[in-house]
Design a protein around this ligand. Structure first.
Ligand code: SF4
Length: 313
């Protein structure tokens, strides 16, 4: 008998166009995961409403672009279940049920609640949906009973809240939800560069070590955002060479940036080409989402059945 594969759940909000940092941080990780685990990857379009409810004009477009990016980057719908949150209404039902049991204080102490309100001062985020989005997030996760969830360090408090909510549900009624573990993403964060538009000309605008003002000044790669790109895109040999030559001013920033920009373009070109092909075939995209949402819905329905049984409703 074969042991079932462990299950992984991850999503992204369609609140803007993907940039290179997302591609490297999340999608490279997802590509590895889909070969090893049973993966559910979803577009969290309802989440985008929590901060963009006043202007929903581009959510559908962003959702579509996000899916195209995933597929172009190598997410394979034959291996992973790729779907859109709003096509699986069970997420909303579980959100409602969990909202009955979560203490408001848990939401108010959420560190990102106040932070994000500060950052997005121009929007009125005094809404129930914004306060409660960690409950929706918990529902998104728990409904698939995943073994683990890939997260960045900044999202750990949210996952902890999901686990607390699972424990509360399990102790109030009966054990339904396993507590999902985190899988920390291993790629370093790079600047918010739009991967779609990145080209050789972009290298001219990249910021370097601020202390290196003149060509003959030695630099410090540890303080330079360009070197972060080298760490991801360049061969170890080149990284070492730049590390040394930067510190002795043997290489200038212009040449250094050109080297990395060439590597980025080389690596991203297949993705850009795949994007162009996928963009021309909306029917194919729709088929993928329909099938993925159907598969996700089957799992979500089974969990909801257990939840209703435990709650005797
Ligand atoms: S040489 Fe390269 S690593 Fe050094 S400061 Fe310039 S751009 Fe950054």
């Amino acid at each position: 008998m074969t042991t079932p594969r462990k299950r992984v759940l991850s999503g992204m909000q369609p609140s803007g166009l993907l940039h290179l940092g997302n591609y490297l941080g999340a999608l490279e990780n997802w590509k590895g995961l889909q070969n090893e685990f049973e993966c559910f990857f979803f577009v969290a379009d309802w989440h985008a409403l929590s901060t963009n409810y006043a202007d929903t004009s581009r959510i559908r477009e962003f959702a579509r672009e996000l899916l195209i990016d995933w597929l172009a980057a190598g997410i394979d719908p034959a291996k992973a279940t790729v779907f859109v949150q709003s096509r699986v209404p069970e997420h909303a039902i579980l959100h409602l049920l969990l909202s009955m049991i979560i203490p408001v204080a848990w939401l108010e102490r959420n560190p990102t609640y106040k932070e994000k309100q500060e950052q997005l001062k121009e929007r009125d985020l005094g809404t129930y949906g914004f306060l409660g989005y960690p409950v929706l997030q918990a529902a998104d996760i728990l409904i698939y009973k995943p073994d683990f969830v890939p997260v960045g360090k900044d999202q750990l408090p949210h996952l902890e809240l999901t686990r607390e909510l699972a424990r509360r549900f399990n102790s109030l009624y009966k054990p339904v939800f396993p507590e999902p573990m985190e899988q920390l993403t291993k790629f370093p964060k790079v600047l918010g560069t739009d991967g779609r538009k990145m080209s050789k000309s972009y290298s001219k605008t990249m910021v370097t070590d601020p202390a290196r003002v003149r060509r003959q000044d030695p630099g410090n790669p540890d303080l330079c955002p360009v070197y972060d790109f080298h760490k991801i895109f360049s061969l170890p040999m080149i990284q070492e060479q730049i590390n040394t030559e930067c510190r002795t001013a043997a290489i200038g920033c212009i040449d250094c940036k050109k080297l990395v920009a060439d590597r980025v373009v080389q690596r991203m070109t297949p993705m850009w080409d795949a994007r162009a092909r996928l963009s021309k075939d909306p029917a194919h995209l729709n088929d993928i989402v329909t099938e993925g949402s159907r598969r996700a819905g089957e799992v979500a329905k089974a969990t909801l059945h257990d939840v209703n049984g435990a709650m005797k409703i």
